[in-house]
Design a binder for this molecule. Sequence first.
Ligand code: FEO
Ligand code: CA
Ligand code: CA
Length: 734
Amino acid sequence: MSQDTRYVDPDEIDHNNSANESFQSVLQARLGRRSILRGAIGSAATAVFGGITLSACGGGDDDEQAPLKPLEKLGFSAVAKSLADQVVVPAGYTASVIYALGDPLTATASAYKNDGSDADFDNRAGDHHDGMEYYGLAADGKPDAKASTRGLLVMNHEATSHSGSERASAFVHINGGTNTLPRPATEVDREVPLHGVSVVEVRKNGAAFAYVKDSAFNRRITPLTPVTLSGFAAGSALMKSKFSADGKTARGTLNNCGTGSTPWGTTLTGEENWAGYFTRGAADDVARGNDKSVASLKRYGRNQGAASRHGWETGGADDKYARWDISKKGASADGSDDYRNELNTFGYLVEIDPYSKTSLIKKRTSLGRFAHESAAFSKLVEGKPLAVYMGDDSRGEYIYKWVSAANWAAADANPADRIATGDKYLDAGKLYVAKFNADGTGTWIELAIGNAVIKAATNYAFADQADVVVNARLAADAVGATKMDRPEWCASHPVTGEVYFTLTNNSNRTVATTDAANPRAYDDTKGASTKQSGNVNGHIIRVAEVAGDAAATSFKWDVYLFGAEAGADKGLVNLSSLTEDQDMSSPDGLWFSRASGLCWIQTDDGAFTDKSNCMMLAGIPGSVGDGAKKTLAYTGKSVDTYVGKAPTADTLKRFLVGPVDCEITGCAETPDGKALFVNIQHPGETITSATVSDPAKYLSHWPGNAGYGAGGSNARPRSATIVITKNDGGVIGS
Ligand code: FEO
Ligand code: CA
Ligand code: CA
């Protein structure tokens, strides 16, 4: 969710009280030797453009995906900014809704009435569609990474639409639901499974895609689905609860935001703003004896007395409600008689095999616990470790990297047991956090119990590697990682292997705390008078590992794009010289096509929404170092940063604008690059229980107003997946 005048997720507010440098000291030390460290990548990238093949991105019958043919120029006309309550795509393209909140996923589930009376969301699409991946299916239903006419979408359902001051998810209750405590069990039981993940089959019939209502592959994973803890923290004392005395299992996945697709054909789903769903008693610090768990809870945003987002803990005596109260209540020494440790079981990348309902769902704890967004894999090199890149989305949080202990073996692209392959690459290895230097270099600092700095940390007494990964934020504080402007998604460039991270915005950034990698702090006006401050529009930073080595401990970086309004000051704000066809704010979703090589940028914005609804742009980026050093001259301070080559009309264009009060997120394609799946999250999310009974007060009626489902022009808005195709049948963007 964005930081704006709408609902502000408390989990995204700065809980980072570490003294990590504001970078003024680093700026003093700037060496200005960046040019020495740059140069090779650009020409190398040009040389390999056009005709390489990639290893399979799915565990199919084939061991190679379709060849990558990077587009050298965008072939569509830019879409203008729009405030219309509809999806706008370029001339020559068609966008169709295929899977919306409440759509039935079994042969017997009824059509969604969309009037607040539907229940049984275990058998329906969840809410707030988010990150998404596509997995091909052959005609016989076997996995086929090349299949472009039949496949599975794995999709996150992040949250629900509700007013920030209300507890109920208004649109799924007839009269908006109950906002006082206790919450009725029937309402809680309806809201919990709106969260989690869908696996849903899609098929192309003629020119059109549709989802398959009665597919045997269809599946919902919810906050109550049993999962297995894997990696360093599995079985740790930190994980024990009334549900799992041995700390090896847990219940469900929650607030799933970005995704990643593993090279062996599974999905990683990131748990983002999970902390806010739990409540903690007003005197819990003392109840815990003020032990170190209190420091951990505070660092992850749960001070004692914190109220839960929805009040689910009040649904009744059943254990499925009790688990949302993480106060220490029991007499046990190890927490096996209450849910004091429950928060430690959320905040991971969770691995799901989309093709198998019987495979275990595994939380990959070794990759760290934080507000996960997407997971981007390094380019695969036979016989070398692989890396997974990750962002922690809250103001002032960090960028992380995982490096596997195991070396990549091409045979693992098509394994007999996909989750066992995940065990191989995602349980043993090293976790690093990023420090961005003022000279355009950076360092990956290992978060290991053997690291002397972590052993001697004064902010928290780390016991073992389980403690380090469960408290990754505290470990990153201790080693002096760089506080970033809300790291959202990351994605790997399929040719250069460079890794791009969206830094969506940061209302806490001030001129005093600007640094080379987070160099902007300014004021912007929204509408007639609303002033917003900080890094209002966000930017996209990118990283090139030294020698392209996924296991490197140093890197070079620059900023691919700075979000800005076209008319903004080019000296301090519109540093990428964006035009009216390119201007955007709060980049969030980020994804590279493996067919066209295009970089897709999606926004979750509350700053530029007086001029346009949230949008999606296509870019053809160059590489780290293709631009120049730029000095931002503030009053009393100057900051040098590194700005990538300015985009042209051929290399960056707005491709889509969504309906009112939505976020654009989630991007997946068929392997032939001819169908692009995109999620429209929370159209018209600004709603209260008082206004839900009056359709005239809804900000959006999409997709009912586009002819999808019940309700027509008076419909309650629904999050939904759309599929975009080019009318001439070509590759998207060409
Ligand atoms: Fe769910 Fe930070 O976006
Ligand atoms: Ca503005
Ligand atoms: Ca996001």
